[in-house]
Design a protein around this ligand. Structure first.
Ligand code: HOZ
Length: 436
């Protein structure tokens, strides 16, 4: 489809939403502000497809920003959730489902010896940092420019994701005293970490990193970078936290830490472990995790933590993922097919673009230079990305509405979907580069 799509119903809903919800959305990137059009309001999703209020159907590469690795509305996940709902939706008391979830996570991610379930990735990262501070008796943390770890105060310093699209990498409302405790290093640059640890010797509680960044677009670690972080943290007694909210169960059953063979002290999880329901988790070394209340003194709690519906959807998803050894190979094959198709277009048209990809996570950057860090990502031509995004959308391809996000291939994408996407991509790039 290449005509302009009907958007009357989505536009009308957005107009109402703007009156009632800040920016018309419940999470900033969804407002499509970075791509120069208004958001589609979604009514239904199945497999690799999503449908909007006006009846337009799209091949979806957002996948709810990562959780839908099996595709939308997987029949096993939906059946399990419906059955669970019949037994009650929240008890505020322990369940066997939580024990099964903890067994599943600790089996698949060996560095996680104990795990605490929470309700979002933001809760997971802020709780992990509190724990690391308590464990080390130190207050400072290191994060990387362009990495995004949710919206807790400590992380909204040079943050990626929506903060990059709004050009507000440092949010108003974060107390300067809190911001002063967050030191920022350059991703893929060990010297910047060494320098910070050197000038704040004995003061850095934790270093938190997305081992493969998804929130400044997809940016993989250079060889030796994660190993270097491990070494520096061990030498300095700093807790190494891998934020695997996006990469956990996405890049391998054991996440990026399995793929790269580097073991963190703590890991934060979310997205896939909730199978599309709200969830987060943090876990790691037993010696550290036993400090969490009520086992220890570090307080953290939640009414809906370990919610039975979220546990059910997550367990079913992880069960399918861990029970099918071919699934990750198939994701890799399809993602490679897509990347190769896009690369053929880039070569044939001689376009100044760079593709980054790790498994089923990828970003097409609108810059010819390699993107290995925040400064590199910021060199992208975001205006032209916006034109490309809109050209893809009108051809029925739903991409993340920002240059600074990753796209995801799911198990539900077919080779035919991939080939249609490659065709649409060729047409959209031709259109985007024929305007000035
Ligand atoms: N922070 C998410 C992307 N990295 C966006 C979540 C959403 O808008 O749903």
């Amino acid at each position: 489809m290449t005509g302009d799509l009907a958007t009357r119903k989505s536009d009308a809903l957005f107009a109402r939403a703007l009156e009632l919800i800040p920016g018309g959305v419940n999470s900033p990137v969804r407002a499509f502000r970075a791509v120069g059009c208004s958001p589609r309001f979604i009514t239904k999703a199945e497999g690799a497809r999503i449908r909007d209020e006006d009846g337009n159907e799209y091949i979806d590469y957002v996948g709810s920003w990562g959780p839908m690795i099996l595709g939308h509305a997987h029949p096993r996940v939906i059946d399990a959730v419906i059955r669970a709902a019949g037994s009650g939706t929240s008890f505020g008391a322990p369940t066997g489902l939580e024990v099964r979830m903890a067994e599943m996570i600790t089996r698949l991610i060996p560095s996680v010896e104990m795990v605490r379930m929470v309700n979002s990735g933001t809760e997971a990262t802020m709780s992990a940092v509190r724990l690391a501070r308590a464990y080390t008796g130190r207050e400072k943390i290191i994060k990387f420019e362009g990495c995004y770890h949710g919206h807790a105060d400590a992380f909204l310093i040079k943050a990626g994701s929506g903060a990059m699209t709004l050009s507000v990498p440092d949010s108003p409302g974060v107390p300067s005293a809190v911001a002063a405790l967050t030191l920022t290093a350059r991703f893929n640059n060990l010297e910047s970490v060494t320098a910070l640890l050197g000038s704040h010797r004995g003061a850095v509680a934790a270093l938190i990193v997305e081992p493969v960044v998804g929130n400044m677009g997809c940016v993989p670690p250079e060889p030796g970078f994660l190993e270097g972080l491990r070494r520096l943290c061990s030498d300095e007694g700093t807790v190494l936290i891998f934020d695997e909210v996006m990469t956990g169960f996405r890049l391998a059953p054991g996440g990026a830490q399995q793929l790269y063979g580097v073991t963190p002290d703590l890991t934060t999880l979310g997205k896939i472990i909730g199978g599309g329901l709200p969830v987060g988790a943090y876990g790691g070394k037993r010696e550290i995790m036993t400090m969490v209340a009520p086992g220890g003194p570090v307080y953290q709690a939640g009414t809906l933590s370990g919610n039975p519906l979220a546990m059910t959807a997550g367990l079913e998803t992880l069960d399918i993922l861990s029970g099918d050894p071919g699934l990750y190979l198939s994701l890799e094959r399809k993602s490679e097919r897509l990347a190769e198709g896009i690369a053929r277009t880039i070569d044939a048209l001689g376009l100044p673009l760079t593709q980054n990809r790790v498994g089923s996570m990828s970003t097409l950057f609108f810059t010819p230079a390699r993107v290995v860090d925040y400064a590199g990502a910021l060199r992208a031509d975001t205006r032209r990305f916006g034109v490309y995004f809109r050209e893809m959308l009108r051809r029925g391809i739903y991409l993340a509405p920002s240059q600074f996000e990753a796209g995801f291939v799911s198990a539900a994408h077919t080779d035919d979907d991939i080939d249609r996407t490659i065709d649409a991509n060729r047409q959209a790039l031709t259109a985007a580069f024929s305007t000035h």
